[in-house]
Design a protein around this ligand. Structure first.
Ligand code: G3I
Length: 406
């Protein structure tokens, strides 16, 4: 069922000026703003003090609920690492997005190298899903049931499940998850489906095939592992989200990070801020986009440098836990208004995002005249958008990277 986004709550200007990300997300009608957390992150003494703030109201275990860590030998489960993240969510009253049940990666060798038949692999798949989902029953706001099942052209990725079960493995997995936890939202999750194209169409076909099989799917996770200067335009991201929600499912940004080729520069940081703002705005302005999750919030613990040689600095906090311009881009996006009450300048091309500054004219209830709208950005290091505000608001410096119309 599609989540109904409440109207934007009116917040006092003083409050919102200093709003943290989760506070601003909820004010915008989202359920949460969150981040992935890996168990190893927690041994860094600086990590928790930065996580346990009003910036975050949701966490996702980056690794510890996957198949290899939870069922390393068939029928033998290890939940302690996943429990650590689930208990952190409980302590902090955070939403917990559980990740993931069926993926071609991080599988134990008894799955990838086993001698399976159609029947035995279906049985092992159902057994795994039942074992893991039952263990965290009632604790997961959502489960990423199937992760990354598609090739770039929208066809099914060859993996052990597809090879032995065929495309039916996907509705079978969703039905098993629904049976084990009727209250968890069940998601299909993938990357490069954040803009219209063959892969996004493939993901929409997966939604339809699950529904046609009579199984339940509640949402689609748009991972959003992006590259600075190459993110899809606001119009493209909003149209894409709408194509999913038209099928009766929610969407969520589930793994957002925006990497760059190092060395980092101030120009790259400014563009990165714009890019974060664009994706955040797309979610805020889409009914049925329920929340945004970073794939870790600090460059210190990002997966990017270990995977993409020469790239990094993808997160809104740097390696010293200092907020980057990207943080303020997200904040501006969260304050951009649900349903488009403040609109960004948009382009119809999918890449790169070059114009995402607040509109120079405004809309009902947000002031009058020319200049940035109420809550909009009006200055900051590298800012090239409007520097004045619509009446009666004035441009106030929040920090060197961000001035806001208050
Ligand atoms: O925990 C072991 C440790 O005991 C061992 O000493 C060490 C040696 O390499 O490996 C550790 O496991 C690593 C694990 O992360 C925990 O840090 C694995 O090698 C490493 O491959 C694994 O990488 C994870 C990756 O998924 C696996 O493909 C990343 O942390 C994780 O961020 C990443 O997350 C995925 C999402 O699940 C799906 N979408 C893409 C996203 C990024 O790749």
């Amino acid at each position: 069922m599609v989540a109904v986004k409440p109207l934007i709550l009116a917040l006092a200007a003083g409050h919102l000026a200093h709003a943290q990300l989760n506070t601003a997300a909820k004010a915008a009608g989202l359920l949460y703003f969150g981040t992935a957390v890996d168990n190893g992150d927690l041994s860094d003494s600086q990590y928790l003090p930065n996580l346990e703030t009003d910036d975050f109201g949701q966490i996702t275990p980056a690794n510890s609920m996957k198949w290899q860590p939870t069922e390393p030998s068939q029928g033998s489960y290890t939940f302690s690492q996943g429990d650590q993240i689930a208990s952190l969510a409980k302590t902090n009253n955070d939403y917990l997005r559980c990740h993931n049940l069926v993926w071609y990666n991080q599988l134990p060798s008894y799955i990838t190298s086993g001698s399976w038949t159609n029947e035995t692999l279906i049985a092992a798949l159902k057994e795994h899903i039942n074992g893991v989902v039952t263990h965290w029953k009632g604790q997961c706001y959502a489960w990423d049931v199937v992760n990354e099942a598609l090739n770039e052209d929208g066809t099914y990725r060859q993996n052990v499940f597809y090879q032995h079960i065929g495309e039916a493995y996907i509705p079978i997995a969703f039905a098993a998850a629904a049976a084990a936890d009727p209250n968890a939202k069940l998601y299909y999750n993938d990357y490069n489906i954040e803009y219209p194209g063959a892969k996004a169409t493939g993901a929409q076909n997966i939604v339809k095939s699950i529904q046609a099989a009579g199984a339940r799917i509640d949402g689609v996770g748009l991972q959003a592992h992006f590259i600075v200067g190459q993110t899809p335009s606001l119009a493209s991201q909003k149209a894409n989200m709408a194509a999913f929600t038209a099928l009766g499912v929610d969407v969520a940004i589930t793994e957002l990070d925006i990497r760059m080729t190092l060395p980092d520069t101030s120009a790259l940081q400014t563009q990165q801020s714009t890019d974060y703002q664009t994706t955040t705005t797309a979610c805020v302005q889409t009914k049925g986009c329920v929340g945004i999750t970073l794939w870790d919030f600090t460059d210190k613990h990002s997966w990017v440098p270990g995977t993409f040689s020469g790239q990094g600095d993808a997160c809104p906090w740097d390696s010293n836990y200092k907020k980057k311009p990207a943080y303020y881009g997200i904040l501006a996006g969260l304050q951009s208004g649900a349903g488009g009450s403040t609109t960004l300048t948009t382009t119809t091309t999918s890449t790169p995002t070059t114009t995402s500054s607040p509109a120079t004219t405004t809309t009902t209830g947000a002031g009058s005249g020319t200049g940035a709208a109420h809550w909009g950005q009006c200055g900051g290091n590298g800012w090239t958008g409007p520097t004045t505000c619509v009446s009666p608001y004035t441009c106030q410096v929040v920090n060197p990277y961000y001035s806001q119309c208050l």
